[in-house]
Design a protein around this ligand. Sequence first.
Ligand code: GAP
Length: 453
Amino acid sequence: MSAPSDSQQMEKIVSLCKRRGFIFQSSEIYGGLNGLWDYGPLGVELKRNLKNYWWRVMVHERDDVVGMDGSILMNRGVWKASGHEDTFTDPMVDCRSCKARLRADQIVEKKGANQCPVCGGKDLTEPRSFNLMFKTFVGATEDESSVTYLRPETAQAIFVQFKNVLDVSRKKLPFGIAQIGKAFRNEINPRNFTFRSREFEQMELEYFCRAEEGIKLLEYWKEERLKFYENIGISRDKLHVLTVPDEERAFYSKGTYDIEYDFPFGRQELEGVAYRTDYDLSQHQKASGKSLEYFDEETKQKFIPHVVEPSAGVDRTVLALICEAYSEDQAPDEKGKMETRIVLRFHPRIAPIKCGVFPLLKNNEQLVAKAKQIVDLLRPHLFVFYDEGGAIGRRYRRQDEIGTPFGITVDFETLGEKDSALCDTVTLRERDSMKQERVAIKDLANLLVAQIS
Ligand code: GAP
């Protein structure tokens, strides 16, 4: 069987996401809305596991980072001072022939002439700046005085709360403030499934430091973030670090890395790690007139800290996790005939459901009762799914396709009917190897928790 092309691979992934309830088109019954997506029952679990793990390693397991959760709407002054109101733009071009709205970098050049990538037309407008922020009004009057924007990044809430968080947390430099939340960008061309969306979530850390520590911390955070992706099951050879060249970096940044992943549609950015100097805090201090300085008790000096920012996209990472996990192999069906098995090989840490629990037969009261006891035993520790419908092989396949790493089957041996030594043991099946072992029910919780944490 020949390997599927990258676009076939992506079609299979999009179809699996819908079929099994990971990701749906937003407002689908009304024809959808471009660049907007909803997460179904499994997608929401995957996303939560990712965010929880990020929070665990970035906040809970560190002494030098605290969290916050800022509002999505903020005073318009924030967006003036940050530069977003004037410069958060993409150059846009209209095709007069087919009316397509295009990002200037999508225009194709053929024989020295610019062409529309949709219809091939050459009648194009000059590029003009298009601000990516969604504008809205706060309060009952819709005029200039009530304008603000849905935040295009979570970072600014951290900068404008810097002083409050510093005062209450009593942290000393270097220290960080972390946040996970929604961001909105009116992208000209949303594309590649959820990769470029108009509403998405970010996981951002602003790590404040002294100027002389900035470059070293940029390197430190790049390495930490690479480790993070490996720890959620992304293989290192599909991750790449791009050093953003001087001319493409924000003018205030002294160094930026993009962490990229080999998606089926090409190598694309997952996360930016940027040394933003003291630009953001200085801008907000200047515009608000409020001091955002740090007082160094040892040197008795006041100064505006510098900042290193690892900024990751939740939705892009979820998409990378699904692309990374998707695989097809050959496995025997009930009659021993080989068939194609679709498996999501998620790392157990981020898999939406951790364990399936199956009574061998659904019409045997004792098997069903025992299986339900096991569900009750495991539920306080991990997310389990009980399934009694269909042949056992089919039930395994259904869980393989959604990436459940473990399956427990309650059979007649569990009831002690064949060998009293096997009473209160079950078969534990591992998704990738399909290997089964006999495990005592009393050991299940510890064994599984050790593998998913
Ligand atoms: N505070 C810095 C900042 O926002 P960015 O590179 O514009 O930097 C950071 O965004 C991350 O947010 C990206 O690496 C990506 O993972 C995610 N992101 C940005 N725009 C996105 C979009 N339209 N759809 C999905 N994720 C996006």
